[in-house]
Each structure stands twice: as structure tokens, then as C-alpha cells.
Design a protein around this ligand. Structure first.
Ligand code: RFL
Ligand code: PHB
Length: 394
């Protein structure tokens, strides 16, 4: 087979890239290790920056999101037991957020791909980029037991943290930066009405988060030990722990019910530089991971793809400026989100080695945030999403 761009991974990054390239007339083929149902079954992100909302709309992916998504404009932090700090991002920086699940975005992307006849190979194994430092790279893979090869101009590595693309970059070229938190998030989905607000909680028993998917689907998280397994957490234990960590006023509003999904996610910050090696370009979790606290992972995948799609489309119009600047431009935004996610993680969690001093400093930081408009503006502008670099800035 021969195409212009071989895309590895049919998660949000790979499928959004396919969508944008398809609409611009750039040929591409997508290779995905899993089945379509498996990808759709992963419960992940829930909060979209406004730039993500607009990017999806711009590419004809906004109809269901605008019908079913929930626009909200406050970041709420429960602390000191019963207190609630509420920061209005619209008041502070003029922007809002959208609660709309990654699962729904993934469904919308697959539906759009079906309608446009995009070529996707699910259950592709042994996917491997080759010859990426030459002008004629190719991707080898096995499909239905048969070895295959796609010759292409570019390889887009959108294959997530455990993918093959990043590892194609030699260790002598790759620089990795990493910080792993000594705890995880236990998350459940429950078919019960969510709280009307998205609420984070800083509590002596550990972090908690109340979030939403739709009017009859709630998403809740509690900080847990990485030694825990989901079997250690019955639904009753989960609800009791959640209620112990949030103010009574909100706990009283929450309707409990059986969990329909329960999983433990690690909290990791990770960046691999550069995001380009020859004709291989990385986007999304393939190049970086943020702890979920700042709700940035999916949003970064979208901003990478915005930049990368522009680079490929411009290339076929005879302009390589954006190909040349891709890695640096994407990394500037990645590090912005990385630092913010780490800051919010430090602000809201109990760390096992936290001293009394650390704890008082943490309390003081929330107290400062509660009383300072400047601090609220700084948090809001990062939470709603740092601006994209527009074409003039390249
Ligand atoms: P994905 O989604 O991991 O997709 C990569 C795809 O590549 C496939 N793949 C391969 N295909 C072929 N060959 C190989 N060798 C392959 N190896 C892997 C995989 O099967 C998969 O289909 O990466 P992508 O597209 O970069 O998207 C990134 C997002 O999924 C991720 O950043 C977010 O989910 C992170 N995240 C959140 N992000 C937000 O913006 N807002 C949030 O509120 C938010 N909440 C979260 C989150 C992640 C969480 N977890 C589970 C880590 C909450 C949680 C709990
Ligand atoms: C979610 O709804 O899954 C969610 C919301 C906010 C976060 C992380 C995850 O910071």
C-alpha cells in the first residue's frame, strides 16, 4: 500500500488527525492495535478546554457535543472539611469549559470516519515504523495473519504511552522527563444524576473529585494507594470514602447506585523530546502524559493534532515552515500544561511523605487562591487552556 501519512493509533489524536487530513484532501491510513469496541470501552477524560470545543466544531464534530455536553464555568475546590472555594472562570478570564466524555468524542470521530470512508485497520499487530530518517519511510504490520507494508511520506505516531512510535527514536536522540506520584485515582461511573458542579476536594483522608458525563451518568474519583486493586474497593467502601472527603452539603445531594465501571489510574508526568524524528511525528500521549488533575491529556492531544495537521497540509501546499517548527511549538504548550497539572496535583493531594510544614503551606496556597483575584486569574487561564500559537507566530 502507498499513502501520504501513515497514522499509528485510532485514539482521539489519531482519529482527529485523520478527520482533519481527510477534509483537506491529504491521503492517509490509520492502524490500530485494538478492536473498535475496545477503544470505545475505555473510560477516560471528561473536561474539554474551549479551544478543544472550537477545534471539534471547526471540523464538523460539534453537533452531538453541543446537544449533550454540559457547559460549566466554575472550578470548585472543597477544603477545610466543609468549605467550598468556587472560581468563576468566565468572570476571571472570559472562558468556559465543556463536560463531554472522551468516549463520546471517540464515537463521534468513528462515525465521521465511517461517513467519509476513512481507511482504518483495527487489530493491526506488530506495527513498526521504518526508515523514518529517509524520504521514503514505511510502516510494517500484521493484519489477519498476513504481513503488510505501507509506504508513505510521513508517519504520525498517535499510539499513546505504550505505543511503538516513540521507541523508534534512538535513545541517543530521545530525552525523557518523568515524575510518578506515589498514589493513584480510583474512578467509578454510576448511572445516577451528577452534582450540578465539577468539584475537587482536598481532604486529610486524600483527594476526591465529583464529575459528570450526562444528566444520568456521574463520574467520581478518590485518591487511593497504588497497592490497592479494584477488588479492595466495594461500591459501599467507595461511597463511604467519597462522602468522608467532601462537604456534607454536597454529599447530601449525591444519589448513590451500583458502579458500572471501576478502575485505578496512575498519576504520572512524562515528556519525551523531541516530538519529531526525521519524518516521524509524535502527537498526544505517545509523547507526553499529565496527571489527570488538570484535565489536560485529551486537550493536549487535540492541540498537538491542530499543529501537526497544519504542518502536513501546508507541506502539500509547498510550505514546510510548520513541519520545521512542530516539535518546539507543541512542546511549549505541553510544558505549560505539564507545569499546571503538577501544581494542581500538589495543591489537592495528600502525599505519603508530606510533613506538617508541607501541609500548612498547601492550606495557605488554597487560602491565598480563595482571597486573591490575581491567583484566580492565573489558575483560570491555565484551566480553560492556554492559547494556541497562531500562524503568524510560527
Ligand atoms: P490514546 O487514547 O492512548 O490512544 C492511542 C491509541 O493507540 C493504540 N496503540 C497502537 N496502535 C497500533 N500499534 C501499536 N503498537 C499501538 N499502541 C497503542 C491504542 O490502542 C490507542 O487506541 O492516546 P491519544 O489519542 O494521544 O489520547 C490521549 C487521551 O486518551 C488521554 O490524554 C486522556 O484520556 C487523559 N485524561 C484526561 N484528559 C483530559 O483532557 N481531560 C480529562 O478530564 C482527562 N481525564 C484522563 C482523564 C486519563 C485518565 N486515565 C485513565 C489515565 C482521566 C483518567 C482517569
Ligand atoms: C473526569 O470527568 O473524568 C475528569 C474531570 C476532571 C479531571 C479529571 C477527570 O481533572
Amino acid at each position: 500500500m502507498r499513502t501520504q501519512v501513515a497514522i499509528i493509533g485510532a485514539g482521539p489524536a489519531g482519529m482527529l488527525l485523520s478527520r482533519i487530513l481527510g477534509r483537506a484532501g491529504v491521503e492517509h491510513i490509520v492502524l490500530e492495535r485494538q478492536t473498535r469496541d475496545h477503544v470505545l470501552g475505555r473510560i477516560r477524560a471528561g473536561v474539554l478546554e474551549w479551544g478543544t470545543v472550537e477545534t471539534l466544531r471547526d471540523h464538523g464534530l460539534g453537533a452531538r457535543m453541543d446537544r449533550e455536553g454540559h457547559v460549566h464555568e466554575t472550578i470548585n475546590i472543597a477544603w477545610r472539611g466543609q468549605e467550598l472555594l468556587s472560581v468563576d472562570t468566565h468572570d476571571r478570564v472570559g472562558k468556559r469549559m465543556m463536560a463531554y466524555g472522551q468516549t463520546n468524542i471517540q464515537e463521534d470521530l468513528y462515525e465521521a470516519a465511517d461517513a467519509s470512508g476513512a481507511e482504518i485497520f483495527f487489530e493491526a499487530s506488530d506495527v513498526q515504523p521504518n526508515g523514518v530518517t529517509t524520504d521514503s519511510p514505511w510502516v510494517s504490520f500484521t493484519h489477519g495473519g498476513v504481513g503488510q507494508r505501507i509506504d508513505c511520506d510521513f508517519v504520525a505516531g498517535c499510539d499513546g504511552f505504550h505505543g511503538a512510535s516513540r521507541l523508534t527514536i534512538p535513545e541517543s536522540v530521545r530525552r525523557e522527563y518523568e515524575k510518578v506520584c506515589p498514589f493513584g485515582w480510583l474512578g467509578i461511573l454510576s448511572e445516577t444524576p451528577p452534582l450540578p458542579i465539577l468539584m475537587y476536594a482536598n481532604h486529610e483522608r486524600g483527594f476526591a473529585l465529583c464529575s459528570m458525563r450526562n444528566p444520568m451518568l456521574s463520574r467520581y474519583y478518590v485518591q487511593c494507594s497504588m497497592e490497592d486493586t479494584v477488588d479492595d474497593w466495594s461500591d459501599d467502601r467507595f461511597w463511604n470514602e467519597l462522602f468522608a472527603r467532601i462537604p456534607n452539603e454536597q454529599a447530601d445531594q449525591i444519589q448513590t447506585g451500583p458502579s458500572i465501571e471501576k478502575s485505578i489510574a496512575p498519576l504520572r508526568s512524562f515528556v519525551s523530546e523531541p516530538m519529531r524524528y526525521g519524518n516521524l511525528f509524535l502527537a498526544g500521549d505517545a509523547a507526553h502524559i499529565v496527571p489527570p488533575t488538570g484535565a489536560k491529556g485529551l486537550n493536549l492531544a487535540v492541540s498537538d493534532v491542530r499543529y501537526l495537521s497544519r504542518a502536513f497540509v501546508s507541506h502539500y501546499q509547498g510550505d514546510d515552515r510548520y513541519l520545521e517548527s512542530y516539535s518546539e511549538m507543541a512542546l511549549r504548550r505541553v510544558w505549560g500544561a505539564m507545569r499546571f497539572s503538577w501544581w494542581l496535583t500538589l495543591l489537592l493531594h495528600r502525599f505519603p511523605d508530606q510533613t506538617d510544614f508541607d501541609q500548612r503551606a498547601q492550606e495557605q496556597e488554597i487560602s491565598y487562591l480563595a482571597g486573591s483575584e490575581a491567583a484566580q486569574i492565573a489558575m483560570s487561564e491555565q484551566y480553560v487552556g492556554l492559547p494556541y500559537e497562531d500562524q503568524e507566530d510560527a
